[in-house]
Design a protein around this ligand. Structure first.
Ligand code: AMP
Length: 419
């Protein structure tokens, strides 16, 4: 397979450190609110990448962190009058539920920042011992002047940017926090430098070092994370023992946009995954996401989603009769996936396979893409619909809604009429 790496700015053949095995780390969510379609885009892409690599016979360990200690969590918990852990656990569960509803199930292990505090403190301590980090009255900071590869991933002029923490005691305004001293309520820990909490960047390298070591294969995330987050990760990890590069394949997804702007919580232009799933089932959402290449921006519009639904319906309508293997169509699908995960081309191959009646390929490739390309067999479905209608008539809405949620997650559209 070939993958584009932000580090080399070229498409490169995927050569992993251990042949046949792939260590994949993707930045997980900050769990303070519901996830939106922008998150869905990024996580669907990496779900497909992991599933495809597994389909080719590779053993993939897909690790994702959960950021459960953060300013946004502290502030939101204060606003809601609940503890930080109550808030974080709640939205972690909501995130996992949304991922399940979208058919995202390729992650091998989710690692919370708050359950890796000893690893985080250990890494900060080693960075101080290496003399690449220093302690001030406000915290521990990484000294970027010590790191020769700084800026290589983003290609950014360092002087153009300043880190978010401004502190007169920092040697260089670009230096970022590894440990923030202070009392932050429930999520505050003792450390050799005083009570405090971790900086944002250190949680990822402490977690990835624990499970993968200092070098691994693929690191993923959205484009917005390249600077400063991923640059900071590289500085931290590569300064431990000088192993370079920490990761060869940096894979970044383009933004899901609304009227040209990144969908984000702060801009208020977001649609939660949950709300989107009321209008479109997970097959349509995934099909819509995969119709664009993962590095291109993807404009979220009702028309785009409606067209995706139509396209998927068309595939299901023509793929009815099993006519055996279509070697050309299969080759086209694999070639597309091998070419930097070119899912729009892969979906064109799917259309061809539908036309030629290669139902076995549609079933198998459907599992890689997480999309059901074949018509449902209707008998068991109508039974479920009947049971739901009966439950609703008896006002047992919670159970009826649970069945609906599971059916939608399985890609089955349900339009309830008012009772
Ligand atoms: P966050 O919880 O904001 O840290 O985001 C989690 C992941 O979702 C990161 O990899 C982000 O880059 C990604 N992400 C957030 N918003 C979008 C968007 N509008 N389009 C694509 N990816 C996004």
């Amino acid at each position: 397979m070939e993958l584009y790496s932000t580090l080399s700015r070229t498409v490169e053949p995927l050569e992993t450190l251990h042949p046949g095995r792939v260590a994949l780390f993707v930045c997980g969510p900050t769990v303070y609110d519901y996830s939106h379609l922008g998150h869905a885009r990024t996580y669907v892409v990496f779900d497909v990448l992991a599933k495809y690599l597994r389909w080719t016979g590779k053993e993939v360990f897909y690790l994702q962190n959960i950021t459960d200690v953060d300013d946004k969590i502290i502030n939101r918990a204060k606003e809601d009058g609940i503890s930080q852990s109550t808030l974080a656990r709640r939205f972690e569960a909501e995130y996992l539920r949304d991922m399940k509803s979208l058919g995202i199930d390729a992650v091998s292990y989710y690692a919370r920042a708050t359950t890796h505090i000893p690893e985080i403190i250990g890494q900060v301590r080693r960075l101080i011992e290496k003399e690449v980090a220093y302690v001030t009255e406000s915290g521990v900071y990484f000294n970027l002047d010590t790191f020769e590869h700084n800026g290589e991933l983003s290609g950014q002029e360092r002087a153009l940017r300043v880190s978010r923490v401004t502190d007169a005691t920092k040697h260089n305004p670009l230096d970022f926090a590894l440990w923030k001293l202070g009392e932050y309520g429930e999520y505050t820990w003792d450390s050799p430098w005083g009570r405090g909490r971790p900086g944002w960047h250190i949680e990822d390298t402490a977690i990835s070092e624990k499970y993968f070591g200092q070098q691994y294969d693929i690191h993923g995330g959205g484009l917005d994370l390249i600077f400063p987050h991923h640059e900071a990760e590289i500085a931290q990890m590569e300064s431990l023992e000088g192993k370079h590069p920490m990761v060869r394949y940096w894979v970044h997804t383009g933004f899901l946009t609304v009227k040209g702007e990144k969908m984000s919580k702060s801009l208020g232009n977001f649609i939660t995954i949950r709300d989107a799933l009321k209008a479109w089932n997970k097959d349509v959402l995934r099909y819509f996401i995969l119709l664009s290449h993962y590095r291109s921006p993807l404009q979220a519009t009702d028309d785009g989603l409606a067209n995706a639904a139509k396209g998927l319906d068309h595939i299901r309508a023509i793929a009815t009769q099993d006519k055996g293997a279509d070697a050309e169509g299969r080759k086209a699908f694999v070639k597309a996936m091998e070419s930097d995960l070119n899912t729009p081309m892969a979906l064109a191959a799917i259309q061809k396979l539908a036309g030629s009646g290669d139902l076995e390929a549609l079933r198998g490739y459907g599992e890689i893409l997480g999309i059901n390309f074949l018509k449902e067999t209707s008998a068991p479905l109508s039974v479920l619909h009947e049971i739901r209608a009966e439950l609703r008539a008896q006002k047992q809405f919670a159970v009826a809604d649970l069945i609906r949620e599971r059916m939608v997650a399985a890609g089955i559209t349900i339009a309830d009429k008012p009772l």
